[in-house]
Design a protein around this ligand. Structure first.
Ligand code: B12
Length: 213
């Protein structure tokens, strides 16, 4: 791992938001692939998550790591979008983290990559209720819905959103992609989602295949 990536990784592990920002900017000056920078940060935040699971780290550790990552991530995301080739829209996407869930980092990354690819992305945020997704789909004429969930307790909310789409007669109009740390391929199939991938770059491939462009 290059020095800048290693420093970026360490800054998250050590909850040092100033250093994370500094090295995110430096990674761009040094023309490091922004996806590699994001991967290095993800590795660190997942390490903190693992520690939390094992009882070796606590909530303030999650918060500290997230703070550092949230300082650096927008810098990397801007670079990803800047590198994206501007072309005719590949399709309209509505994206959000499901109700009860405030994890935003992965979903925001998926949105950055989709817009760099040429999709028109409407990120409606975190803790999104089923009816809010429906409104956004209607208002923006979306063809793809991106649902993200990081917790086993909030993943079932995706099923509710899909059921609500059926109830509102919108299920045939919109392709539903699901992902986030709590989601597996099997879960995605069980709830009747149209696409799943464990990574943000994979999300772009899925989106392209769903709209056939
Ligand atoms: C950072 C973090 C936080 C931050 C979030 C800050 C923010 N703005 O996002 C804070 C501190 C706020 C937080 C809070 C909590 N957290 Co938390 N958190 C994490 C942590 C450490 C990292 C999450 C993250 O950002 N990962 C990095 C990103 C890049 O990964 P990702 O989101 O999975 O996204 C990638 C892919 O999944 C994919 N992807 C994402 N979305 C989508 C969508 C589609 C369609 C596709 C195709 C792909 C895709 O692309 C991304 C890039 O490759 C995880 C640990 C972990 N391993 O996940 C715990 C974790 C998710 N948190 C957990 C918990 C328990 C909590 C709290 C309940 C803690 C508490 N006691 O209060 C609260 C929940 C609050 C709530 N209601 O949501 C647990 C969940 C356990 C469970 N039940 O499943 C985890 C797993 C930690 C653990 N090991 O126990 N957390």
């Amino acid at each position: 791992m290059s020095e800048v990536l290693e420093e970026l990784r360490k800054s998250i592990l050590e909850y040092d938001a100033d250093r994370a920002e500094e090295y995110a900017l430096r990674s761009i000056e040094e023309k490091v692939d922004p996806l590699k920078s994001f991967e290095a940060m993800t590795k660190a935040i997942n390490e903190i998550g693992e520690g939390f699971k094992k009882g070796e780290r606590w909530l303030p550790d999650l918060v500290g790591g997230a703070d550092a990552m949230l300082r650096a991530a927008p810098i990397i995301e801007r670079e990803i979008k800047k590198r994206g080739v501007k072309r005719q829209s590949l399709g309209v996407v509505v994206a959000g983290t499901v109700f009860g869930d405030i994890h935003s980092i992965g979903k925001t990354m998926v949105c950055a990559l989709l817009s760099a690819e040429g999709f028109e992305v409407h990120d409606i945020g975190i803790n999104v209720r089923a009816d809010e997704y429906i409104r956004a789909i209607d208002e923006n004429g979306a063809e793809i819905l991106v649902l993200s969930a990081l917790m086993t307790t909030t993943a079932p909310e995706m099923h509710k959103v899909i059921a609500f789409l059926v109830e509102k007669g919108l299920r045939d109009r919109v392709k539903v992609m699901v992902g986030g740390g709590a989601i597996t391929e099997g879960f995605a199939k069980n709830i009747g989602a149209d696409g799943y991938d464990p990574t943000a770059p994979g999300a772009v491939k899925v989106a392209r295949s769903l709209v056939g462009r």
